[in-house]
Ligand binder design. Structure first.
Ligand code: AMP
Length: 447
């Protein structure tokens, strides 16, 4: 399959070949013809699958067919995204694809000054990429008009709902013309999202790619049981033993991530953090430093890491287990891409046994437990413990509150040659029933 055979305009084909794209990815093969034919589309895909081009190319193709100049200077395509990083990334990608077209682009997102955004909008925009909150700000000030939108894209729609953007999205939907093409991309399609899609889409076609949703078989999953207060030392030891590798570490809280960066730096492991309390400039610098190998470790929260275009990494470490098991899949999607091998290590403290159970449920297999000598947990990890209340457990190095001893899983040993730091292996104890679902945990404070 080639991009030519998908029926894209020559100006787009030229840009693609200049960027070294030789053939379309599976989501592009499926989505591009449907979008070109004018259908609404539900796309099941996440970052790394090439979804931006899957909606971006046919969208640009459609806009490029209009020969009349955009006299009103109002945007004709709107792409809603959950985070600033994704806004910048999508905007940059689309600009690249439209290199040989005469089109104006604008990315608007919070955490940056309104002034330059207002000025760009005033000069005239064809394609607008926006986070919902900031777009509402502009709508209220009257600095953007959405009455000429022809194509609306909701990118990472599940994440936007998780982040509480539903009311904002509904308001925005009330301002775009009913006569439009709507494309919705999401890694998951839960009922709230399906309902929303039913309400505002017209007979959507559906495409789905497994890619990052299915867990690469080349990734090994290992959990190290460890006391919460010793996680930091274990993390430093693991990273220090692999001087050649860049590592992505996930923490649960912003403050926890900051603390970890300080501690890793103090141990001589140059680190940067990326989370919701960082300014746009700080986030971009952190990402640049990591991509440029000036930092060995990137410490991130789930929400901030979402959508970041990070190259394939050999190792992802879960310093804290994610509160939502699906996030584990997103986290480890940063390793083991395209057939390369990858490792996902999770540091699991006593209070996180229930979260590990959820993860095993999503993975549909047990995660191997490996006790690292010198870091034997003072209490065994039990998978049948309740999921912790995130507000009581700030994670990232803070010991759990409840110190009451509990009996439970029994380590039994076998040598573990694959990991230099590994000692005893323990099959995770019998899972108690199904994972506990998404729970109630989602608020901006942890982003
Ligand atoms: P996305 O899933 O849209 O975030 O894309 C992930 C990465 O794949 C980005 O760096 C894109 O530039 C790249 N990409 C997308 N489509 C293709 C393609 N057909 N060939 C090569 N690279 C691609």
């Amino acid at each position: 399959m080639t991009f030519e055979s998908l029926g894209l305009a020559p100006a787009l084909l030229r840009a693609l070949s200049e960027q070294g794209y030789t053939s379309p990815t599976p989501i592009q093969v499926q989505a591009i013809p449907l979008v070109l034919a004018g259908h609404d589309l539900l796309g099941g895909a996440q970052t790394g699958t090439g979804k931006t081009a899957a909606f971006g190319l046919p969208l640009l193709n459609r806009l490029s067919k209009q020969t009349a100049p955009n006299a009103s200077r109002k945007p004709r395509a709107l792409i809603l995204v959950p985070t600033r990083e994704l806004a910048v990334q999508v905007n940059d990608s689309l600009r690249g694809y439209a290199k040989h077209l005469r089109m104006n682009f604008c990315a608007i997102f919070g955490g940056a000054g309104m002034g330059p955004q207002v000025e760009t909008l005033r000069r005239g925009v064809d394609v607008l990429v926006a986070t919902p909150g900031r777009l509402i700000d502009h709508m209220e000030r009257g600095t953007v008009k959405l009455d000429e939108i022809e194509v609306l894209v909701l990118d990472e729609a599940d994440r936007m709902l998780d982040m509480g953007f539903l009311p904002a999205i509904k308001r925005i939907l009330g301002r775009v013309p009913a006569q439009r093409q709507t494309l919705l991309f999401s890694a998951t399609f839960e009922s709230q999202l399906k309902q929303l899609a039913l309400q505002f889409m017209r007979d959507p076609k559906q495409v789905q790619v497994a890619a990052n949703n299915t867990i690469a078989q080349t990734i090994s999953h290992v959990a190290h049981p460890v006391d919460a207060g010793r996680k930091r030392d274990l993390l430093i030891e693991i990273i220090a033993k692999r001087p050649a590798d860049q590592v992505l570490v996930f923490g649960r809280t912003k403050h926890g991530c900051n603390r970890l960066v300080e501690q890793l730096d103090a141990a001589g492991l140059r680190s940067v953090a990326i989370h919701g309390n960082k300014s746009q400039a700080q986030r971009q610098k952190a990402l640049r430093d990591f991509k440029g190998n000036r930092a060995r470790v990137l410490v991130a929260t789930d929400v901030a890491a979402r959508g970041l275009d990070i190259p394939d990494l050999p190792l992802v470490i879960n310093f804290d287990l994610p509160m939502v098991a699906e996030d584990y899949v997103h986290r480890i999607g940063r390793t083991g891409r395209n057939g390369s091998t990858g490792e996902a290590l999770s540091l699991v403290s006593h209070d996180e046994g229930g979260l590990l159970r959820q993860i095993q449920h999503v993975l549909k297999k047990d995660v191997e437990m490996v006790v690292v000598p010198g870091y034997e947990p003072s209490r065994p990890i039990r998978l049948d413990v309740a999921i912790p209340n995130p507000r009581n457990n700030a994670g990232a190095g803070r010991p759990p509150r409840n110190n009451a001893p509990r009996g439970g899983a029994r380590p039994h040993g076998q040598p573990a040659p694959r990991h230099a730091h590994a000692g005893q292996r323990q099959r995770a104890g019998a899972p108690a029933g199904r994972g506990g679902g998404r729970g109630s945990f989602r608020d901006g404070s942890i982003a």
